[in-house]
Ligand binder design. Structure first.
Ligand code: DAK
Length: 294
């Protein structure tokens, strides 16, 4: 389902395209003036136009990844991350593929010194640093670097036909953008090791069972359902959302003791915010909260 159709399903109207999107060719613009990218489409959707959808669009929907694609994704993600009118980001691809991985034809001709000197694919993990929630909506293939891109999202919703794999082993290499680390943390040693050492595909049902994805939907409903999730998240305070997101991520990076300490400090920190006060006051006064992101 296209973004426009997803918007119609949810809101009965076509979401507005980001202003001047088609005319802007420089990468210098921010927020509502998003640049025109070669392989990435951007749009703001939702009842409050506060959900940013970033859609990969390369090679007839296969969405093969290279530095240009990743730089464009990074650029779009970081612009929306800084845009106060946007609360939640969605990264998606086509019905055929979220992304079928790095372009093997580029890598085939590369040698070690070139890879090191050019810092090949160096910027690929940058999007994992976003402050705002980033939701992956994965239809079709998520292979190699495509699977790793999905793993950098905070939540993954998948279409029923989604297929996840780290097939690098079948072409004489191994995952290089977090696959061996994030898969292992997400689904444990045995399942991650099997995926990495065999290159076997994991379908959507298996991926949900393994905890890789939260929910699965018919492919044509995936984006609409993901936007619904994004809007639910966006109804909360953006400031507190970013604090909670960071705290969940800390669980992957520290000991339990340090993580609990971080969580406690962050929890106390919410009491220094206007939004915590508003949230609790609204509850007591039996009304909807009005958050100001402070
Ligand atoms: N690279 C280059 N070309 C590809 C490709 C790929 N990954 N995937 C597909 N193609 C090309 C095919 O060669 C074919 O080209 P033509 O014959 O038309 O010229 C065209 O796309 C259509 O493909 P198929 O005919 O195979 O189409 P099917 O629908 O039958 O199959 C498929 C689609 C995606 C299942 C299949 O093509 C496939 O298995 N592709 C290979 C997928 C793969 O191995 N992906 C992982 C690549 S390794 C790093 C960051 C990232 C990475 C590494 C390091 N750092 C931060 C250091 C990432 C590495 C990878 O992703």
């Amino acid at each position: 389902m296209s973004i426009a159709n997803a918007g119609r399903v949810l809101f009965g109207r076509t979401p507005k395209l980001t202003r001047n999107l088609a005319q802007i060719s420089s990468l210098k613009f921010y927020s509502s003036q998003m640049p025109k990218y070669e392989f990435v489409k951007t749009e703001k959707v939702g009842e409050n136009q506060n959900i940013a959808v970033i859609t990969l669009d390369r090679m007839k929907g296969l969405n093969l990844l290279n530095n240009t694609v990743i730089n464009e994704v990074n650029d779009a993600v970081f612009k929306f991350d800084k845009d106060d009118s946007v609360s939640v980001l969605i990264l998606t691809g086509s019905e055929k593929a979220f992304a079928a991985g790095a372009d093997v034809k580029d890598m085939q001709v590369m040698d070690y010194s070139q890879a090191v000197k050019e810092e090949f694919l160096e910027s690929w993990t940058a999007i994992s640093k976003t402050r705002k929630p980033l939701i992956g909506a994965v239809n079709g293939y998520a292979l190699g670097g495509g699977c790793e891109l999905a793993l950098m999202c905070d939540i993954i919703y998948a279409g029923e036909k989604a297929q996840f794999a780290q097939p690098e082993i079948t072409i004489g290499t191994m995952p290089g953008a977090g696959g061996t680390q994030r898969l292992t943390r997400n689904m444990g040693l045995s399942k991650a090791m099997e995926m990495v050492l065999t290159g076997n595909y994991m379908n959507a049902v298996e991926a949900e069972k393994a905890g890789l994805v939260s929910k699965i939907f018919p492919p044509d409903q995936l984006l609409a359902e993901t936007i619904k999730l994004a809007e639910k998240i966006a109804s909360h305070s953006p400031l507190i959302i970013s604090m909670a997101k960071k705290s969940v991520h800390i669980a992957y990076e520290t000991t339990l003791k340090q993580g609990l300490q971080f969580e406690r400090t962050s929890f106390y920190g919410t009491f220094a915010t206007a939004d915590r006060k508003e949230g609790m006051t609204a509850f007591v006064e039996k009304r909807a909260p009005k958050y100001i992101n402070e």
